[in-house]
Design a protein around this ligand. Structure first.
Ligand SMILES: Nc1ncnc2c1ncn2[C@@H]1O[C@H](COP(=O)(O)OP(=O)(O)OP(=O)(O)O)[C@@H](O)[C@H]1O
Ligand SMILES: [Mg+2]
Length: 479
C-alpha cells in the first residue's frame, strides 16, 4: 500500500521511520510521497533523504497513479475536506485524528516488540551466566519457595527436566519434603536471606543412595524489588571432597602428634618396667611358693608384662620401625596370619574361611607389618563374633586399579553408626581390656605402604574391613 502524507512535520518523520521499522503481517505499507509548504519541515527532510517524492502543494499528490492512501497530518479540516473532494475514487484518505489513533496503536505494538527483544537479550545473558559461567548449582527462588529458574547443572544432579522443576516448591524438588527446611541442623538459607535482607550461607548434609554423607555449601543472595525482598538466588556447591580431605588431614595430624607423644612416653616407661619385672621375678625366686607374698609377686610380674605389651603397641603405633619392604605374595602373608590366629578361632568356636584370588602379583611390603595389620583385623573380627559365627578372608587383584585387596568379613555384632568414624582413633575401644590401638596401628601400617583401609558395617549383621595395597612399578620384579 503506497501512502502519501500531507503535512511534513515531526509526526510525518516518525511515521516514516515507524512504518519502515515495523513488521506488518497483512499489508506492506510504504510512504512514497510527502507534501508540505516548508522544505525544511522534518518529514520533508527525511523524505528527501530517502529519495521520496516531495512537493509544497498537496494538489500534486492527487493526480498521481501510484498512491493508494492519503494521510492528512496537518490537522486542518479544510485541507482534509479539499482532499476528499478532489481525490480519485480508488484512493482512500484518513484525517489527522484517525491517523493519530493508528499511530498510537502502532507505537504501542512497536514498544512491545522492543521490550520483547530486550527480554530475549536479557534471558540469553541470564542463560550464559546461569549455565556457562557458574559451574555450581543455581536456582532463583521466589519468596513463596517456588522455583523461578534453575540451571542445567542442578537439573542434571537432580535428574530432572526444566519443566519438572519450574514453579515447584524448592524443598519438594531438592529435599523431597512437604514442608520447608527448618531447625538448627537444617536451616533454610532462603528464609535467612529474606529475614535478614542480607546474603546467607549454610551447610546441608544429605545422604546419597549408599547412605554416604554429602555436604552442600549453600549461599542465598536476596533479590529486591522496590526495597522488598521478592526471592533469592541460591547457589549450592558439593563440598564433600573438601570436607573429607580436611577430615583425613586432621586424622593424620592427630595420629602424628599422638604417635610422637606415645613414642616419648613409651621409651621412658620401658626401662622402669623392665626393672620392676626382673625385681619381682628375682624376689619370687627367693621365696617358697607357699609364702603369702609369692602370689602377689606373680601378680606384679603379670601386670608388668601387660604394661609392656601396651608399651610395645604404643611403639608400633608411633611407627618406630621403618618398614623393610621386600617382594611378597599377599596370599602367603594372609595364610600365615590365618594360621597364627587359628587357635584363637577354634577356642572361640568361630570358623574361618578364605577365598584367594589366583595369579597374585608379588607386592613390595614389610611382611611382618602387613601380617600384624591382618592379625589385628582377624582378632577384632573374632572378638566381635559370637560362637558359631564365621569369618571370611578374601584376596583380590585388580588389574585396572593396579592394587591388591584383602577383606576380612565377620558375622559379628557390627559397629554402631555413631561409633563408625571413631574406630580408627587411637585409644578408642569398647572392650574392657582393649588398648584401642589395634586399628590405629593397622591404619598407620597400611598408610605407610601407600595403601588404604576402609570399613563397612551393619549393626547386628557384621563388619567388613578392606585393605588395598598398590602394586608399584617394579614390584613384579622385586621378588
Ligand atoms: N570387626 C569388628 N566388629 C565390631 N567392632 C569392631 C570390629 N573391629 C573393631 N571394632 C571396634 O573398634 C574398636 C577399636 O578397635 P581396635 O582394634 O583399635 O582396639 P581394640 O580391639 O578395642 O583393642 P586392642 O586392639 O588393643 O585389643 C573396638 O573396641 C570395637 O569397638
Ligand atoms: Mg583390636
Amino acid at each position: 500500500m503506497n501512502i502519501a502524507v500531507v503535512g511534513g512535520g515531526t509526526r510525518c518523520r516518525k511515521l516514516t521511520d515507524l512504518i519502515e521499522r515495523h513488521t506488518f503481517q497483512e499489508i506492506s505499507p510504504r510512504i512514497v510521497a510527502v507534501a508540505d509548504e516548508k522544505d525544511d519541515a522534518p518529514g520533508m527532510v527525511r523524505a528527501k533523504e530517502k529519495g521520496l517524492f516531495v512537493t509544497n502543494d498537496y494538489n500534486d499528490l492527487l493526480d498521481r497513479d501510484d498512491i493508494n492512501l492519503i494521510v492528512e497530518l496537518t490537522g486542518n479540516q479544510d485541507i482534509y475536506n479539499d482532499i476528499l473532494s478532489k481525490k480519485k475514487k480508488t484512493v482512500r484518505a484518513i484525517d489527522h485524528k484517525t491517523s493519530l489513533l493508528f499511530w498510537e496503536i502502532l507505537s504501542v505494538s512497536d514498544m512491545q516488540q522492543e521490550t520483547r527483544q530486550k527480554l530475549i537479550e536479557k534471558r540469553s545473558l541470564c542463560d550464559v551466566v546461569m549455565n556457562d559461567l557458574i559451574q555450581e548449582d543455581v536456582m532463583i527462588i521466589g519468596a513463596n519457595y517456588r522455583i523461578q529458574d534453575i540451571n542445567d547443572s542442578m537439573l542434571e544432579r537432580l535428574g530432572l527436566e526444566f519443566k519438572d522443576a519450574i514453579s515447584q516448591y524448592c524443598y519438594e524438588i531438592t529435599h523431597h519434603q512437604k514442608v520447608p527446611c527448618s531447625g538448627e541442623n537444617h536451616p533454610c538459607p532462603l528464609v535467612q536471606a529474606i529475614e535478614s535482607r542480607k546474603p546467607s550461607q549454610t551447610t546441608h548434609i544429605h545422604l546419597d543412595k549408599d547412605k554416604n554423607e554429602i555436604f552442600y555449601s549453600i549461599s542465598c543472595y536476596p533479590l529486591f524489588q522496590k526495597d522488598k525482598v521478592i526471592g533469592a538466588i541460591e547457589i549450592s556447591r558439593d563440598i564433600t571432597k573438601d570436607i573429607n580431605m580436611h577430615k583425613v588431614m586432621m586424622q593424620q595430624e592427630k595420629l602424628i602428634s599422638i604417635g610422637r607423644l606415645s613414642a616419648g612416653v613409651a621409651h621412658e616407661i620401658n626401662n622402669p618396667l623392665t626393672t620392676i619385672l626382673t625385681t619381682a621375678m628375682l624376689l619370687q625366686e627367693d621365696i617358697e611358693p607357699d609364702d603369702p607374698s609369692y602370689e602377689d609377686l606373680g601378680l606384679i610380674a603379670n601386670e608388668t608384662l601387660r604394661c609392656r605389651k601396651i608399651v610395645t603397641s604404643l611403639l608400633d603405633f608411633a611407627r618406630q620401625n621403618t618398614p623393610e619392604k621386600k617382594g611378597n605374595n599377599i596370599n602367603d602373608i594372609v595364610m600365615e596370619s590365618i594360621l597364627l590366629t587359628k587357635k584363637q578361632a577354634a577356642f572361640d568356636d568361630v570358623s574361618v574361611e578364605y577365598h584367594f584370588s589366583e595369579d597374585m602379583p608379588p607386592i613390595c611390603v614389610d611382611k611382618g607389618q602387613i601380617q600384624q595389620a591382618i592379625i589385628n583385623l582377624i582378632l577384632n573380627a573374632l572378638e566381635a563374633t559370637p560362637s558359631g559365627g564365621q569369618i571370611t578372608v578374601d584376596t583380590l587383584f585388580s588389574l585396572q586399579a593396579q592394587q591388591v585387596e584383602v577383606s576380612i568379613t565377620d558375622t559379628g555384632k557390627g559397629i554402631a553408626e555413631d561409633k563408625m568414624n571413631k574406630v580408627f582413633d587411637p585409644f578408642f575401644t569398647t572392650k574392657e581390656t582393649g588398648t584401642g590401638l589395634g586399628l590405629a596401628i593397622t591404619h598407620g601400617i597400611i598408610e605407610q605402604h601407600g595403601g588404604s583401609i576402609d570399613m563397612r558395617s551393619k549393626q547386628g549383621y557384621g563388619t567388613t574391613f578392606t585393605i588395598r595395597l598398590p602394586i608399584r612399578k617394579g614390584d613384579k620384579e622385586a621378588d
